[in-house]
Design a protein around this ligand. Sequence first.
Ligand code: B12
Ligand code: SF4
Ligand code: SF4
Length: 386
Amino acid sequence: MPSPNEIKAELLRRAAAIGFDDCRIAPATAPRHREEFRAWLEAGCAAEMDWIARGAEKRSDPQKVLAGARSVIVLALNYWQGANKTEERVGQGGRIARYAWGDDYHEIMEEKLRELDSYLTAAGGCQKIYVDAGPVLERDFAAEAGIGWHGKSTMLLNRQLGTWFFLGEIFTTLELPFDPPQVARCGSCTRCIEACPTGAISAPHQLDSRRCISYLTIELKGSIPVELRSLIGDRIYGCDDCLDVCPWNRFAQVSREAEFSARPAVTQMRLRDFLALTEERFREIFRGSPIKRIKRRGLLRNVCVALGNVGTRDDLPALTTAACDHEPLVAEHAAWAIEQINERSRRDGLLHVQDPTNQRRSETEFRYADSPRRSSSTAEAGAFPT
Ligand code: B12
Ligand code: SF4
Ligand code: SF4
């Protein structure tokens, strides 16, 4: 049998060979922030994600995940596709969070993790693998293993990858040499907190899902609270604002995974084109994409909110059809969007009449004047956190 050091060396070699960007090991002990996690649940910050509370016991004790677990191997996979692509689409196609531009990371990572699992089984271990969906506080194990540190946005930050990476874990009964945690490097920076359009980061390391656009556009199944709709702007799936502003993303390198590159639906469709999608066409376009999870009804709901915020009178015919959609969720949000556009047009008309120079504001100017706060890009980042 190889020694623990030999197993670790071979594991790292294989992880790099199959494309992981980092691989480190933490002890399979109770996660450091389990009490904070409990408090987060009790404060209602998980919103309607009841599945998190259901798995709370396991999330607080790795022995309940895998009896006899000794080590948690944490793997990071970069998905960064280069700068500015989302900004280019502002107001046209609606913004989609970068992690969802290409193929679904769950399947891509699970396949890679299974390869490493086979090696560890041959080395005498018994394993369980997780990507996102398991009852695991992934960022706590990742921080303990030294993959990065807990940013104030709650994102895990890595010195080379910034925030743009996924996490996966292998719980194993093998006792492997552990890696040391890293020191936190946010310093006095608070950009992510300031950039959040909805104030969802209520304090450093505290995220209230009830206000987070990522939650509202992906996890929430029903109607989006009316008071939050205007703050969503043109985001139709997830949100990257607290990631975009992070100065550590200056060091991000384009991912080596071709599967994460953007699909045509993500880069080419205009907002109102999404409203014409049938169930069948939606499935075709988003097969193998994370976006398929929210189904046609979820995507069209989000598109209506975005059009309500940035749309023009040209979008009204498509919205009028959507207001009769067979899904009441879509119909309700379409009716709201029509009201918003009409209201803007009325105000635009008033401004036009009141303006003595008769210089009508351009549609774009008008749109942005009424749109929610926009975040600056990483490229504009000034002070670097110490
Ligand atoms: C539920 C969930 C969400 C929810 C809630 C997010 C949240 N912050 O809790 C919503 C839908 C909002 C969401 C959004 C996003 N998510 Co998400 N999400 C998860 C999931 C499934 C569970 C997170 C969880 O347990 N939350 C409970 C809270 C308490 O835990 P936590 O946020 O991880 O907080 C940790 C630290 O903040 C720390 N902590 C707590 N208090 C304190 C205090 C101090 C002083 C310190 C130092 C630390 C600390 O301990 C906590 C436990 O580790 C994980 C996968 C997993 N199984 O872990 C993915 C995961 C966190 N998500 C991920 C991603 C990519 C996103 C988005 C970027 C997607 C997007 N672009 O729209 C956004 C980012 C929003 C954000 N700022 O976090 C990645 C993050 C990778 C990374 N580099 O960090 C994960 C790890 C999935 C994966 N396998 O890659 N997500
Ligand atoms: S993902 Fe968006 S809404 Fe959620 S905390 Fe970050 S900036 Fe705020
Ligand atoms: S934006 Fe600043 S405070 Fe927020 S995670 Fe990045 S370095 Fe930390």
